[in-house]
Design a protein around this ligand. Sequence first.
Ligand code: G6P
Length: 646
Amino acid sequence: MRGDGETFPFHVRAGDFSKLFTKLLFYHVELGQKLRGYFFAQSARAGDIKSVAASVNDRVDVHTLTNVIEVATAEGGDRRVHDQRLQRLPHGIREQRFLWVTDDRRKRAVVVEKKGDLPVAARDVLNVLQCGRNHIPLNNLAIRDSRIEILSTINYKLTSMNRLIVVSNRLPFALDSTGEELWTVTPAAGGLVSAVEPVLRERGGIWIGWPGIAGEIPKGPLAEATRDAGYKVVPVALSETERDEFYYGYSNGVIWPLFHDLQNFCNFEPAYWQAYKEVNERYADAIARCSQPDDFIWVHDYHLMYVAQALRERGLRAALSFFLHIPFPPYDIFSKLPQPQRLLRALLQFDLLGFQTRRDLRNFLGCVRRVMLDVRVVPRRELQLVRFEKREIRLGHFPIGIDFDSFENGAMSDGVAQRSQQLRANFPDCQLILGVDRLDYSKGIPERLRAYRDALERHPELRGRVVLIQVVVPSRVEIPRYHEFKQRIDRLVGDINGRFSTSNWLPVQYHFRGLDRDDLLAHYRACDIAFVTPLKDGMNLVAKEYCACRIDEDGALILSQFAGAAEQLKTGALLVNPYDVEEVADTVLKAFRMTDAERTARMKRMRRGVRDENVFWWVDSFLRAGAKLVARTARVATRRGAPTKR
Ligand code: G6P
């Protein structure tokens, strides 16, 4: 329902909030030249506010809400801080018991909370804005009464969004010892971390995970690494044997290759399964120790598929959610796993299972139907439903996105613009083709290099006119197969450069290292063609990051049809089968010859999708699905008269 909301500048899906809030008033306030939406929520909690911000499309600057959280939670927490803030308010306002909040460096966000009756009049909001000289150093004249309108009043049943607990094998950084008590902290690579980190940074909460070293976790370096995180970090330690058998073994030697349809790469060593279960139990213990009733517990990825089973064995009945970042294979491949039933049973202990694409969800349901004979699958329009052991499990596909604004803003910065110009200047008269991948056999790097070689061979017009910049970020190098894979890449790069280079042209620029963020963004900005051809990939965020950084709406994307991202980007990308070397080679030529107008039209379409379906949209859709379950679990527990055991 909308009140005077016709002029509301954002795409607010009012229904989105229906289960999360009691009463919301949306305001629309003009501050200077900026048209921004703000909201008022009775009983809002930190999570609610973030959730609304995330849902009010991508235009609300979520950073600005940091202080809101402090105030909104002050009531439940530090009463003194809360009172001090109230004291600072002008008399009239104080009497009305507003909580009001500004701002951050950008001086934009205003959220007003009034204890007691709703609605708050537009005039009240204006008063707060105008009296806030000390807090909102903005031009009062810019705030025009007429521009402050109640846009929407919605009465809802409250099931407030709860504290978020993210659980993943990896924390967003890796500690490493350089000997003699010297430690380095490196940001972790990969899609999971790059997607989930901004969410936790914005929402706050807890992240449970492994800091990447075997053995005892050093307290000092850990504290140092997490100091400014904006969320709490709970580390889980792994011994060397556990790292070898759980992480390198079952997770990356069995599940990873199998789920990427590469069963020949699997090492089905029986001892790995035991280690997998034991480490999952360790994670379950960490969750049980630090969670409180009402927390939203969200477990991520293939390393931790047994966690819910372990928690259920510990008597926990609270709602548990899981998201798989990698693909789920079809039955014919999944059935090669020595423990198909045990793994599916473990996964069905979660209450909500999220997959990247429709294909993954379909594959999962296909496996469940074939392997778990006592399961009933009830097809639904939105979330699918599975009945198992007197429980109901919901399943959906939730394609993960990126923090679009942060990539776009980063790409606009002067530093990145300069670096990108320098990069271009190094290769005059050439189109730059970019490949950025973690070192992984699923990324199709050798196939891509062969296709590039084939393109140079069969299409001489490309010689001297294109350069492939291939960045390979070291990963899992202790697994022999990864090591061999690197040697294959090295050889292919050597072969191409040896065969085609001239005194002033090197066809492949190869970097075996991670790029720092600005450098990565500069590469995205500078390169004319992105070459993203995994053999199979859960999503592939490089493709989306490339689009977000193309602020000039230029650039062509060659994308594997087997990347999860293909489902969303197919309207703008040049889709290829990465195994078809000749087709890929011809597509390089097509991208090279593509007119500016076509590039722009395609890029515009892709950017729109990546912007709309960003990481906050992803988290919001998942949490909304999850919130229903939390409420349902609580209702069932109340009906049975049993508290939800923790
Ligand atoms: C993929 C997985 C993540 C993993 C990342 C990096 O994106 O989905 O769970 O963290 O690769 O791999 P690593 O083994 O270094 O954690």
